[in-house]
Design a protein. Sequence first.
Length: 157
Amino acid sequence: MRRYIKIGMFVALLLILFVAGMAIAQSAKTSELDVRFPVATQWLKQNNLSITTSPDHAISDGYILVAGEAFPPLTARTKGQKQLMAQRIATFVATRQLAKMVKKVIVMGGKNEGFAEEAVKEAVKEAKVVYKDYNEQEETALVLMKIELFLIRGLDR
């Protein structure tokens, strides 16, 4: 019986480590990108873009740009697996950040929650990955996703 408890605790610990190692990001700001992803920071400057931090910021810029960062899962063994899996997880994180920001912008625009849910689904489909990077030293992936506000249904133009 004790053996099963130990195995259960071990499996629970592995799951916690897996989930904790999957995603670090919430919304990464440009200053946070400077150290780990200097090429991404330079790309943002060259394209005159900035990470969206608030609905007001999105409305003034005319677009929503979000970042997702992630570590590879502990199950990834090779460098290629680590990079690919970290980028997939970072894309998922960026998509979540984008959905949250789109919903905030729509609700701020005076639309109800039900309308916002449907518009968010459509907006996520329209959003594009505009930049991907992987830091091999820190084994961290970065994905930037963007959507122009005029593509979001229901926003007054």
